[in-house]
Design a protein around this ligand. Structure first.
Ligand code: ATP
Ligand code: MG
Length: 698
């Protein structure tokens, strides 16, 4: 490891925080762009180079996969240790890692599947239909998605359903006891299918640590230091996990209370405000200087900070510029959404032709996804390349989920929701029928001690399949058995390598032959299989197998634009080829979806469009914030609810993403359900001294 000159690369406040004693709790409390994330990165390097910690003794927790990857890459180049030797990632990904290794103590099988929100909704629906068959006929009862949100909020805040409802869902009149019962039934469904939802990754992680003193001891002794970025957005579950793991005070947290933007998901701003009470020995570090933004932008951001309610002077912040700047922030009102889009497109074209900034230096942020629609259109007209970190993430797209669900099913054969997923291609098989078929599959599999995917073409199972679907079901069954064979090979070889790390992986060429004699199946030799002398069971080969065969035919029946969708498979192959280890691959796919950030293509040279939430922690030379009008930002819902403080913090987050240029725009008129509505400038702009910005085209 090369010697790092910590003093030269950090200012004195940052240096103090980086070199804080590892056994004393440390909190860095500082405004946006002051180098908190940088401080955390250097602290890891310092712990390794100066304190003699090993990478595996360091736990680094962040909120998005992208932030985690960026930090680990930086740490890798600073320390020379490969990124994967650290315990670094999002809370959910580290929870997943704990549960894969230690989950047996909770009765969790190591191949458990991870449900995304759509899967969870299906299971909740099933739980409702079984507990309260008439629940959904009452129009006042919440639908599955809202039920999931209530249950999730209660779990993340570690409160009862009743408290969660009173606090955040007070318009719902359904008795809390009913929803609690649904939550229990949903829980049972998940466990029976050996599945976890995203909240389980935290909740079971906490349970694991609190119920197993030996396991807790092992890890709390092992992690010399636990570092947490964006601490202001931790919720009760996360802070309870941290309290257990960092009971020795070996925690370093960084955050900015003014950037707490996830309270709707249970983020507990008190975690940062009361850090000193929780950890009385804590050192608190402040960093005043801001390296990101121009003095003009900071002046504007300071005015937003002035408008925030503060209980405690300790948290009063002023962003002090460390660099020069030329332009005041600009505010551009527009006639309506379309003209806002046109103005922004025109401004982007001008900025780009100035030669100083490329398209990828520019980001457009908005409060809600729908606001990007007009803009997308105008950017297309103006032929400006852009990439949108969309609400629907790559792995949430229907066809990508189709592929992944087949793989998830063979990896975790009890996973009834993934089975349901690919059954939706079959004529006459709705959710209910699919669940019934699965019951039979489970029964047959148990009686023969075979994994579920091996018995899809069993006569007893086929007897449950509606005649119209038989042909497709049988084709699918054959392909899924093949897929299962590959996954089994991949898993066997992983185990083998673990046991004998030095040895080469033996390739079992007889596996397909063995499969041709699968129980209750005509021994129709598969020509492709016969030719296989060397089975390729890499994640990429597995994905390829799932994209072909019956599925390629089936997708033509369901998707009109199947050719376009099939083009995405290349992106999937590419993604898969980054992995050697099958379990890593699968966990990564599942966790991509848990991320607030979404997945964007890595192609450069494009303007980036994203929500403010997705822009957390990022910075861009040029930032547009569109839709800064009453009812949009702050949202109507927050205005009606009488609390816009979180919206104000979001506005602060948005403005502080900008390094050189900040341009804020809003439509004077917007169309709501065919009616036109006049809009006022956002109160967040009205609250600010107009001398801090320039008004254009008013
Ligand atoms: P946010 O609150 O938005 O997450 P942050 O406090 O984490 O911001 P960073 O992203 O770490 O801030 O830093 C902001 C920018 O300032 C980065 O480009 C970083 O490299 C730069 N920076 C921070 N400290 C220094 C320094 N001492 N010298 C030079 N550049 C610095
Ligand atoms: Mg940061």
């Amino acid at each position: 490891m090369e010697k790092i000159d910590f003093n030269a690369e950090l200012n004195s406040d940052q240096y103090a925080a980086v070199t804080s004693p590892p056994d004393r709790p440390a909190l860095v409390l500082a405004g946006a762009g002051s180098g908190k994330t940088r401080t955390l990165t250097y602290r890891v390097a310092w712990l390794i180079s100066e304190c003699g910690f090993r990478p595996r003794d360091i736990l680094l927790l962040t909120f998005t996969n992208k932030a985690a990857n960026q930090m680990l890459a930086r740490i890798e180049s600073l320390t020379g240790y490969p990124a994967r030797s650290f315990w670094g990632g999002t809370f959910h990904s580290i929870g997943n890692r704990f549960l894969r290794i230690e989950g047996g103590a909770l009765g969790l099988e190591p191949n458990f599947g991870i449900l995304d929100t759509e899967d969870s909704d299906k299971l909740i629906k099933k739980a409702v239909e079984e507990s309260y068959p008439h629940f959904f006929s009452n129009k006042d009862n919440p639908r599955s998605k809202l039920l999931r949100e209530i249950i999730s909020y209660a779990r993340n805040t570690r409160s009862t359903i009743q408290t969660a409802m009173a606090y955040r869902f007070d318009w719902i009149e359904t008795p809390a006891s009913q929803i609690a019962e649904i939550a229990r039934a949903y829980e049972a469904e998940k466990r029976a299918a050996n599945n976890c939802d995203f909240d389980d990754l935290l909740e079971l992680w906490l349970k694991l640590l609190s119920e197993n003193p030996d396991i807790l001891k092992k890890y709390s002794e092992r992690f010399g230091n636990i570092l947490v970025d964006e601490f202001q957005d931790t919720n009760k579950l996360q802070s309870d996990i941290l309290d257990l793991l960092a009971s020795r005070g070996n925690i370093s947290a960084v955050g900015d209370d003014a950037q707490c933007i996830y309270s709707w998901r249970g983020a507990e701003i008190d975690n940062i405000l009361r850090f000193r009470e929780r950890y009385p020995a804590a050192y608190i570090y402040k960093i005043e200087r801001n390296y990101r933004s121009s003095p003009q932008i900071l002046n504007f951001a300071n005015k937003i900070l002035d408008g925030m309610e503060l209980d405690d002077e300790e948290f009063k912040k002023t962003l002090v510029p460390a660099r020069d700047g030329y332009f005041k922030p600009r505010v551009m009102p527009a006639m309506d959404g379309a003209s806002q889009g046109r103005n922004v497109a025109r401004a982007i074209a001008e900025i780009e032709s100035g030669g100083r900034y490329g398209y990828d230096d520019i980001a457009v942020l908005y409060r809600s996804h729908f606001q990007a629609m007009d803009l997308q259109l105008q950017l297309q007209y103006a032929k400006i390349p852009f990439v949108m970190t969309s609400g629907v993430k790559f792995f949430e797209q229907a066809h990508v989920k189709d592929i992944v669900s087949q793989i998830k099913f063979v990896a975790n054969p009890k996973d009834n929701v993934s089975f349901l997923r690919f059954c939706r291609f079959m004529p006459k098989i709705g959710d209910k029928t699919a669940f019934k078929i699965f019951e039979k599959i489970r029964e047959v599999a148990a009686s023969k001690s075979l994994p579920e995917w091996r018995v899809l073409s069993d006569k007893k199972v086929l007897a449950k399949v509606p005649a119209a679907a038989k042909q497709m079901f049988e084709a699918a069954a054959a392909d899924i058995e093949k897929l299962g064979g590959l996954v089994e090979l991949a898993k066997r070889s992983e185990k083998h390598v673990e046991a004998n790390p030095a040895e080469k992986i033996p390739v079992q060429t007889d596996f397909f032959a063995d499969m041709a004699h699968a129980p209750e199946r005509e021994a129709s030799a598969d020509p492709a299989a016969e030719n296989t002398t060397e089975a390729d069971f890499s994640p990429k080969a597995i994905i390829k197998c799932a994209c072909g065969g019956w599925y390629r035919d089936a997708m033509k029946t369901l998707y009109e634009d199947w050719e376009e969708r099939a083009a995405d498979f290349d992106a999937l192959f590419e993604y898969a080829s980054k992995f050697d280890d099958f379990d890593d691959f699968l966990a990564s796919v599942a966790l991509e979806i848990s991320d607030a950030e979404g997945r964007e293509s890595e192609v450069g040279g494009r303007v980036r469009l994203m929500t403010v939430h997705q822009a957390k922690g990022l910075e861009f030379p040029v930032v547009f914030v569109i839709g800064a009008a009453e009812g949009l930002f702050p949202t109507q819902r927050s205005i009606d609810g009488g609390d816009v403080e979180e919206e104000r913090r979001l506005f602060y987050v948005a403005s502080t993403r900008a390094m050189d240029l900040l341009i804020i725009s809003y439509p004077r008129v917007s169309a709501v359900g065919g009616n036109f509505e006049m809009r006022q400038a956002s109160r967040f702009l009205e609250d600010i001294d107009p001398a801090t910005y320039e008004l254009y085209g008013a």
